[in-house]
Ligand binder design. Structure first.
Ligand SMILES: C[S@@+](CC[C@H](N)C(=O)[O-])C[C@H]1O[C@@H](n2cnc3c(N)ncnc32)[C@H](O)[C@@H]1O
Length: 211
């Protein structure tokens, strides 16, 4: 079965047109990602990340799977002076590109660059974090819940991207889709969190830490 459209194409087009990038550097990053076919979260979901971070006054964000810094830039703009976004990325070239964007945006003080396995790097940060955002390879999604249990403060939010996985959650049973379904079920069953799903772009889970 082919992938499903999550949002009606005309509504998707309307959202894409209406919810644009906030700053010239973000626009430049978005244009680069779109031109390269690099899977960034996009402005629709980027705005939601930014909104949530500002709504809870987030100062410390842990990002698992940062690419060249597009989603981290939305967070960095939200945390304000003195805020910190810990980036983690497997590829050095992506973090080099990120460093250039953050330097030119005058926001390099608000981020920490890390290259390597995100789940390993996370171990060296005790937290507590206000937000943990997970966007790594899907087969590793269930493992990030343990990190959130250890390092997310009560009142903080664990966010996963791609939780509708191009609609495959209702049509396929490959390993990545199964890992996403397992993560969704685990979040919903976990009394540490109150979890919901947002059908924005490729879908995000939002889990508020309640105890
Ligand atoms: C979907 S892209 C992330 C994009 C970024 N969050 C954004 O929206 O701008 C996923 C990125 O995570 C990286 N990645 C995947 N699994 C990883 C892991 N286990 N550790 C570190 N980086 C990982 C990939 O190299 C890729 O750059």
């Amino acid at each position: 079965m082919s992938d499903l459209e999550i949002t009606h194409p005309k509504i998707y087009e309307y959202l894409e047109k209406t919810l644009s990038e906030e700053t010239p550097i973000l626009k430049e990053m978005g244009d680069y990602g779109r031109a390269q076919g690099f899977p960034i979260i996009g402005a629709q979901a980027g705005r939601m990340l930014h909104f949530l971070a500002r709504a809870i006054g987030a100062k410390n964000v842990l990002e698992l799977g940062s690419g060249f810094g597009y989603s981290a830039m939305w967070f960095a703009l939200a945390v304000g002076d003195g805020g910190q976004v810990i980036m983690t990325e497997g590829k050095q070239s992506n973090q080099d590109r990120a460093r250039d964007y953050f330097t030119r945006a005058g926001l390099v003080e608000r981020v920490e660059f890390n290259v390597g396995d995100a789940l390993e790097i996370a171990k060296k940060y005790p937290g507590p974090f206000d937000i943990i955002f997970c966007d790594i390879d899907k087969h590793d999604y269930p493992k990030a819940i343990t990190i959130a249990r250890e390092k997310l403060r009560v009142g903080g939010i664990l966010i996963y991207d791609n939780m509708l996985w191009h609609g495959r959650v209702v049509s396929q049973t490959d390993a990545d889709t199964n890992a996403i379904l397992e993560t969704t079920r685990a979040l919903l069953d976990d009394e540490t969190f109150f979890t919901t799903l947002m059908p924005l772009r490729d879908g995000q889970s939002l889990s508020l830490r309640i105890k």
